[in-house]
Design a protein around this ligand. Structure first.
Ligand code: NAD
Length: 504
């Protein structure tokens, strides 16, 4: 392919991407590597170590040793909290470098990569605060018994993450897993392994003991699979596609592992006629086109009340056409390049399919001037029927389906009419309706008159095919710890006495 674009390459890229095991950067035991592509040119720009079972075994052994040794797993919450705050400080200090690498590797617009970096730091700060404030239950039965909860880290947690906002999503699992005293083995997504290597230096500098954090790169079906099937890894926290989640669920079953799964979505934004239309349009444009549409909680189906439907579609399409597609490193870019040519092909095929299923009102293919790389213009289909595949299936790109409704009942039926249930966004100024609708919609998270703005204390997770379990706030602490119940007798020993009969 001829190199058409001149885009800056970050200075001082590593020679190759390696694993990080027991405090050392290492290659795969068999020396195998895979190519990592630049999403703007689709040229391979670096090789990454392709981890297999032998590398996972080594990483788990190191993690287990660090756990058993106890300097982290038995540290006081305040000591762990200090290290976590330091990690957050360093992530913030290195924000510019982190964003530069993330943008180069993923195709995310630089301004959005910067804000994801700040979120990553905040995740560490949040759990640093939470573990020192942690209180566990104690129950008293006066004069008879005291019962208390002895909370303990579990051991080695396996963390498997996707390629959309990789560093931030890694922080989401690393922070609570480490905060609670576990050791971890992280398996980042193979499309975007570059930024994960930064964790090693950050953790070392912050004072995390050697072996607590381990990183194994590789293909999901090899490195990820070996982690899921490792008998000494009792916990798997996974974020990715629903069908991968199903596979992992089955593969983890023989060991009855603890599983937390954040999966796919096809979240609805429901706009009633009484909504603040300007705010609803701005938020729903951002909701599906930010992060290149590669966002699990994207509001990728917009349901609009019929009386405002035509106006909404016209204004929405006009604004979508003005969304600025550009090179990921340019500060004015709003939509960059999709992560990988395979993903580009998938999104592009949905765009073509959409032309047969709905009415194309914006976008519809490559934007002008971007004949190479993984660029797709923000694409809007109107009049999309609920049985359409572009209404039902997760596209994970800058593509949105708009559908009219006549009544609140119909809106709810349409909103719930997919296998997914991650997020929902409701736009109305009717107080009763907003709460009734929010409570009835099948979604793990609902925002009323708002885009996705997260409060880290709230549960995060989906229902139906969108997930299993909840993380977020103390729920993450619960997932990464065992809660052992300890019962103390204060009075008479309380049980019937067997074996006292003289006739026996
Ligand atoms: P994916 O399922 O293809 O891969 C996710 C991770 O799983 C990668 O690290 C991959 O290597 C690994 N993997 C793949 N096969 C595996 C196997 N057999 N065993 C173990 N590990 C395996 O997902 P993706 O394409 O990287 O990410 C996009 C998906 O993630 C979308 O569906 C999106 O909605 C979802 N997602 C969900 C959330 C959420 O919180 N609900 C957040 C972000 C992304």
């Amino acid at each position: 392919m001829t190199q058409q674009y001149q885009i800056p390459v970050p200075a001082e890229l590593p020679e190759r991407i390696q694993h990080y095991i027991d405090g050392e950067f290492v290659d795969s035991a068999d020396g195998d590597t895979f190519d990592v592509l630049n999403p703007v040119t689709n040229e391979a720009y670096i090789k990454a170590a392709a981890g297999k079972k032998a590398d996972i075994d080594r990483a788990v052994e190191a993690a287990q040793r660090a756990f058993d040794e106890g300097s982290w797993s038995s540290a006081l919450p305040r000591e762990r909290s200090r290290v976590l705050h330091k990690i957050a400080d360093i992530v913030e200090e290195r924000g510019a470098r982190l964003a530069e690498l993330e943008t180069f590797d993923t195709g995310l617009p630089i301004t959005q990569a910067r804000s994801q970096g700040r979120r990553a730091a905040e995740n560490f700060r949040f759990f640093a605060d939470l573990i020192v404030a942690q209180a566990d239950d104690t129950f008293k039965v006066p004069g008879r018994q005291i019962n208390y909860v002895n909370r303990k880290p579990i051991g080695v947690a396996g963390l498997i993450t996707p390629w959309n906002t990789p560093f931030m999503l890694e922080s989401w699992k690393l922070a609570p897993a480490i905060a609670t005293g576990n050791s971890v083995v992280l398996k980042p997504a193979e499309f975007t392994p570059l930024s994960a290597g930064l964790w090693a230096g950050i953790f070392e500098e912050a004072g995390l003991p050697k072996g607590v954090f381990n990183l194994v790169n590789g293909i999901g079906e090899e490195a990820g699979d070996a982690l899921v099937k490792h008998p000494e890894v009792p916990l798997i926290s996974f974020t990715g596609e629903s069908k991968t989640g199903q596979l992992i669920f089955g593969n983890a079953a023989p060991w009855l592992k603890g599983l937390s799964m954040e999966l796919g979505g096809k979240s609805p934004a429901i706009v009633f006629a009484d909504a603040d239309l300007e705010a609803a349009i701005n938020a729903t444009i951002f909701g599906v086109f930010s992060l290149n549409g590669e966002r699990c909680t994207a509001g990728s189906r917009i349901l609009v009340e019929r009386s405002i439907y035509d106006e909404f579609v016209e204004r929405y399409a006009a604004q979508a056409k003005r969304v600025k597609v550009g090179f990921p490193h340019e500060p004015e870019t709003e939509v960059g390049a999709l992560v990988h040519p395979e993903h580009f092909e998938k999104v592009h095929s949905y765009v073509e399919l959409g032309k047969t299923e709905g009415r194309l009102v914006a976008g519809g293919g490559r934007p002008e001037g971007f004949e190479q790389g993984n660029f797709i213009a923000p694409t809007v289909f109107a009049d999309v029927p609920p049985e359409a595949r572009i209404f039902q299936e997760e596209i994970f790109g800058p593509v949105v389906a708009i559908t009219p409704f006549d009544t609140e009942e119909e809106a709810l039926e349409l909103a719930n009419n997919t296998k997914y249930g991650l997020a929902a966004y409701v736009w109305t100024n009717d107080l009763k309706r907003s709460h009734n609708f929010a409570q009835a919609v099948e979604a793990g998270m609902v925002w009323l008159n708002s885009n996705n703005v997260r409060d880290l204390r709230t549960p995060f997770g989906g229902v139906k095919a969108s997930g299993l379990g909840h993380e977020g706030g103390y729920r993450s602490i619960d997932f990464y710890t065992d809660q052992q119940a300890v019962h103390i007798n204060l009075g008479e020993v309380h049980n019937p006495i067997f074996g006292k009969s003289k006739d026996a």
